[in-house]
Design a protein around this ligand. Structure first.
Ligand code: GS8
Length: 218
């Protein structure tokens, strides 16, 4: 039975899962959830995710939400196909993948998410972006990127010399961030830039990027 992913291709958290499904060569059906029509607050959707957020993955009898938990499930379930994103053959490498997926969620995401929300999310709702919020979070993001620059000067990818879920998880928010005026935070750091150029040249990520047109038609 084909996997069903409820979400939107422009949504960052949906794109995180789509990227993983492409890397694993797994077929899936994208079921559109219209956030503007509040389709995510309908009882039928709340039965799948009580927090009323996309994405949601349905695989036979199991229904999952939280994009990072979904990618872990997909990477584990389909570990024999496509790219090995979790280094399942090495206990130590697998542990390092977990460290750097946590870094994305605990350090990188809290800084980059408000910038993307202010820049892209607020105008869609007819609200004015708050530059003070952007500036404060840019400062936080730069500090995280200084750590990344040092790390990526000794290993090609975040968890080691192998591409993993840790790198992939950064893709959606960074993709939109590079469309803002502050992309130099990435491109002025040579090792971070080389890492970003490398991961965005992957066919799986190029394919996801085609659907990430948020903010382009407003
Ligand atoms: C966040 C999901 C989320 O914010 C995850 O899956 O990683 N931690 C969760 N989804 C947004 C769309 S942006 O991709 C959403 O559904 N917003 C609508 C709402 O909150 O009402």
């Amino acid at each position: 039975m084909v996997l069903k992913l409820h979400g939107l291709s422009v949504s960052t958290n949906t794109a995180r899962v789509v990227a993983c499904l492409h890397e694993k060569d797994v077929d899936f059906e994208l079921v559109r959830v219209d956030l503007f029509a509040r389709g995510n607050k309908e009882p039928s959707f709340l039965a799948k995710n009580p927090f009323g957020q996309i994405p949601v993955l349905e695989d036979g009898d199991i229904t999952l939400f939280e994009s990072r938990a979904i990618t872990s499930y997909v990477a584990e379930k389909f570990k024999e196909t496509g790219t090995d994103l979790i280094r399942h053959e090495s206990f130590d490498e697998a542990a390092l993948v977990k460290v750097w997926t946590e870094v994305e969620s605990q350090q990188y995401h809290p800084a980059i998410c408000p910038i993307i929300y202010e820049f892209f999310g607020k105008p869609v709702q007819g609200l004015e972006p708050d530059q003070a919020v952007i500036d404060a979070n840019l400062e936080k993001l730069e500090k995280v990127l200084n750590v990344y620059e040092a790390k990526l000067s000794s290993t090609k990818y975040l968890a080691g010399d192998f591409y993993s879920l840790a790198d992939l998880h950064h893709f959606p928010y960074t993709f939109y961030f590079m469309k803002t005026a502050w992309g130099s935070a990435i491109s002025d750091r040579p090792h971070v830039k080389a890492w970003w150029d490398d991961i965005t040249s992957r066919p799986a990520l190029k394919k996801v990027a085609e659907g990430m047109t948020f903010g382009e038609n407003q």
